[in-house]
Design a protein around this ligand. Structure first.
Ligand code: NDP
Length: 256
């Protein structure tokens, strides 16, 4: 049997939000494709367990605990990557947070700050040291996690909608600025995906589960692996002419 292609062989990738959901799935997909990975999140026990699993499967994986809201933390995570591997070729800026559904006029400032600081400042804090690192080695590929909430608005999630729209704006400007330096920057816009974030929400609002699934023509939510596969592909050389775009992965939910 022909061995599977290793589309990220030789590449070093940093993945944020790797302690669960889409980011943990991405750690498995990126390493399956041959990447050496550095996993970033705040929950060290989760990262330790995942790194152990990946190493047992033969992968080169390490972790760096960091809060994406902190610029020094993300500088430290990129420095860890450079110290460990000498380079950074790919980054999946995927850490994010959502808030309880609340009408805009009742949403409090602390919630707004948390959602913007995690989802927007978080990507901002990632981009600057990552781009600096990639400039020294002649290029790279970055994927930022937006959402269908970055493309269309739904009610009672104002800060999250604004934040995910901003992620697409940051993606576009970084793509334009660094295209001459061979750095590609894209976003993904997942639809409803089975993860802790979503399970928590369904636990609090059980009636929403069937309704949410029905929002997709496929009448289901995505598995985290289905989102991770797209992020990994965008980091491969197969996507060499794709930059500044947002890839929607929603089972058709924003189509009808
Ligand atoms: P999870 O809740 O499973 O994962 C969120 C991840 O983000 C965790 O690894 C968490 O790690 C990390 N994280 C959160 N805040 C921070 C922080 N301040 N610093 C570092 N890491 C942080 O949810 P998903 O996998 O679903 O979410 C991944 C991304 O996908 C998010 O950006 C989300 O907005 C987006 N998304 C999700 C959709 C869905 O339906 N699930 C749909 C569209 C987009 P830790 O707590 O250990 O720090």
């Amino acid at each position: 049997m022909t061995p599977p292609l290793k589309n990220l062989a030789g590449k070093v990738a940093l993945i944020t939000g790797a302690s669960s959901g889409i980011g943990a799935a991405a750690a498995r997909v990126f390493t399956r494709e041959g990447a050496r990975v550095v996993l970033v999140a705040r929950r060290e026990d989760r990262l330790q367990t995942l790194v152990k699993e990946l190493r047992t499967a033969g992968a080169d994986a390490s972790y760096c605990t960091a809060d994406v809201q902190s610029a020094p933390d993300m500088q430290r995570a990129v420095a860890h990557t450079l110290n460990t591997h000498g380079r950074l070729d790919a980054a999946f800026n995927n850490a994010g947070a959502a808030a309880a559904k609340t009408p805009l006029h009742l949403m409090d400032d602390a919630t707004y700050d948390l959602i913007m600081d995690t989802n927007v400042r978080g990507v901002w804090n990632c981009l600057r040291p990552q781009i600096s690192a990639m400039l020294t080695t002649g290029g790279g590929a970055i994927v930022n996690t937006s959402s269908v909430a970055g493309l269309v608005a739904t009610s009672v999630a104002a800060p999250y909608i604004a934040a995910k729209h901003a992620v697409i704006g940051l993606t576009k400007v970084a793509a334009v600025e660094y295209a001459p330096h061979h750095i590609r920057v894209n976003a993904i816009a997942p639809g409803l995906t089975r993860s802790e974030m979503v399970q928590d929400w369904f636990t609090r609002h059980p009636a929403q589960e069937a309704k949410s699934k029905a929002s997709s023509p496929q009448n289901r939510m995505a598995e985290p692996e289905e989102i991770a596969e797209a992020a990994a592909w965008l980091c491969t050389d197969h996507a060499s002419f794709i930059t500044g775009t947002t890839l929607t992965i929603d089972g058709g939910a924003t189509t009808w």
